[in-house]
Design a protein around this ligand. Structure first.
Ligand SMILES: Nc1ncnc2c1ncn2[C@@H]1O[C@H](COP(=O)(O)OP(=O)(O)OP(=O)(O)O)[C@@H](O)[C@H]1O
Ligand SMILES: [Mg+2]
Length: 226
């Protein structure tokens, strides 16, 4: 048995368009231990988002294996894969994808309802609102929040089902440096408090330096940088 919470073995992924086949991932081997926090850097177009989607069971590789907490995701039904995703993994996307028609509070409630959580959903929302510092914004719509607040809400939404693993794709990509530091400070605080494993894709080397390991994606392969 390996000790990896997330393991990728020889993962390949290509995109086929009408005129060409783009080989993005060309044999990725990767292991993330429980509780580990790492970053992935790489040029624009190198395949970071593609890789993160595969790591989070939102997409499947053309070749190779992805094991999450010991389950080979290719062997799961669509329903079981969706359930694993909503119970074990939180995702903060490159663009926040909050639900614009719904309030802050509703944006936190809906993922819990999708995951079939019972118990006190409102209590859990309040807990998260306190953590991300948006208690007084609970009844606002996402477009009535600042960019930093939207990103904090996206983080809250990713955390609401108590994931084991948080995947973040450029979580501070659209923020100025000061706000970015504030948001990341909050993220690291929460990760530490709940012992959540995390992978953060970023162009920000300062942010990457705050993680335990830095991986670089280059030419379809992943290498440890530090
Ligand atoms: N659905 C798709 N169909 C065809 N090609 C795609 C698709 N999605 C991504 N690609 C291509 O795959 C490559 C990797 O894209 P990806 O979005 O993973 O890069 P990235 O490293 O996340 O870039 P960025 O830093 O700009 O976000 C790019 O060349 C991109 O054009
Ligand atoms: Mg990307």
């Amino acid at each position: 048995m390996s000790n990896c919470f997330l393991e990728l073995i020889n993962v390949h992924k290509s995109y086929r368009t009408k005129s060409e086949e783009i080989k993005v991932l060309k044999g990725i081997d990767f292991c993330l231990q429980r509780g580990e926090i790492v970053s992935i850097i790489g040029e624009s177009g190198s395949g970071k988002s593609t890789l993160l989607h595969i790591m989070g069971a939102m997409d499947i590789p053309d070749e190779g294996k992805v094991l999450i907490d010991g389950s080979d995701i290719a062997t799961l039904s669509l329903k079981d894969r969706a359930s694993l995703r909503s119970n074990k993994i939180g995702f903060v996307f490159q663009f926040h994808y909050l639900l614009p028609e719904f309030t802050v509070m509703e944006n936190l409630k809906i993922p819990q309802m999708i995951a079939g959580k019972s118990g006190d959903i409102n209590y859990r929302c309040d807990e998260i609102l306190n953590l991300i510092g948006l208690v007084d914004k609970r009844d606002r719509k996402p477009d009535e929040l600042s960019g930093g607040q939207q990103q904090l809400l996206a983080l809250g939404r990713a955390m609401v089902n108590k994931p084991d693993l948080l995947l973040m794709d450029e979580p501070t990509g659209n923020l100025d440096e000061k706000t970015s530091q504030k948001v990341m400070g909050k993220i690291f605080e929460i990760l530490g408090k709940f012992e959540i494993s995390a992978i953060v894709v970023t162009h920000d080397i300062k942010l990457a330096m705050n993680t335990e390991k830095i991986y670089k994606l280059f030419n379809g392969k992943i290498h440890l940088e530090n």
